[in-house]
Design a protein around this ligand. Structure first.
Ligand SMILES: Nc1ncnc2c1ncn2[C@@H]1O[C@H](COP(=O)(O)OP(=O)(O)OP(=O)(O)O)[C@@H](O)[C@H]1O
Ligand SMILES: O=C(O)c1ccc[n+]([C@@H]2O[C@H](COP(=O)([O-])O)[C@@H](O)[C@H]2O)c1
Length: 215
């Protein structure tokens, strides 16, 4: 067993746009898990949904504005630099080769993403590259049967210390402060001519207004 690793994390999402649900969860995870940093990683070409209505460059720019005053949060642009669909396993492979085999790396996922993870490209290799930290939400249940249930049963731990002693391979579920905010709701408010102020950072809203996004 390794002693006292300093874990780092990566939080993938479409971030269309990034909001306080993402940001508050990211900061709480940094503190609960003792992460050196957590990088929000906007996907360029989502493998699983229609192309977002604003560009990957714009979504990454909004993430950069959102994290610029918090040193523990970063924006990771690697999926913008890669051709093709933004498969998470490819990003984890890149991160693992940059960080080296001795670093503790965690992939952060919302529970909605976890439910569908068995449809992801090479999903069973994810835990060979990183731990997975799942953000639990009120009203959400684990699957009781099927491949995701079996996978959770085989790899789940309730011990946060595992992130300081192991480099990859475990699933941790964390209940964080619930914030009922979604990017869909923010886009809908903007399209309806209503304000999403206070659901997302002011510099992100300024960027949306200046670029006339989501109209
Ligand atoms: N309010 C929230 N609290 C905690 N996690 C969240 C919240 N909103 C989204 N997430 C998680 O953040 C990750 C990235 O989310 P995403 O960028 O798709 O945002 P979203 O608000 O769910 O977007 P959309 O409404 O467009 O589906 C997902 O794993 C999702 O589960
Ligand atoms: O790798 C895959 O096959 C894959 C399939 C679906 C989703 N993902 C990733 O899951 C993350 C959350 O996606 P979303 O739709 O909740 O924003 C985001 O980083 C996606 O790139 C990844």
């Amino acid at each position: 067993m390794n002693e006292s690793l300093t874990p780092v994390g990566v939080f993938g999402g479409t971030f269309n746009p990034v909001h306080y649900g993402h940001l508050r969860s990211a900061l709480e995870l940094c503190e609960l898990l003792g992460l050196d940093h957590l990088a929000l990683m906007p996907c360029a070409q989502p493998p699983h949904r229609e192309a977002p209505d604003c560009s990957a460059e714009q979504r990454a720019a909004m993430v950069e504005l959102a994290v610029r005053d918090e040193p523990r949060l970063r924006c990771d642009r690697r999926e913008l630099a890669r051709e093709g669909l933004s498969y998470t396993v490819l990003s984890l492979e890149e991160l693992r080769s940059e960080l080296g085999p001795g670093c503790s790396l965690s992939l952060v996922l919302g529970c909605d993403a976890l439910l569908k993870i068995d449809s992801w490209f090479r999903w069973q290799e994810l835990l060979e590259l990183a731990h997975i930290v799942v953000i639990a939400r009120p009203g959400w249940h684990f699957p009781a049967t099927g491949p995701v249930a079996d996978w959770l049963a085989a790899h789940r731990t309730d011990d946060r210390a595992v992130l300081r002693h192991r480099t990859h391979g475990h699933i941790l579920v964390e209940e964080l402060r619930p914030l009922a905010i979604s990017s869909t709701e923010i886009r809908d408010l903007l399209r309806a001519g209503r304000s999403p102020r206070y659901l997302l950072p002011a510099p992100v809203l300024d960027y949306i207004e200046q670029g006339q996004l989501y109209r």
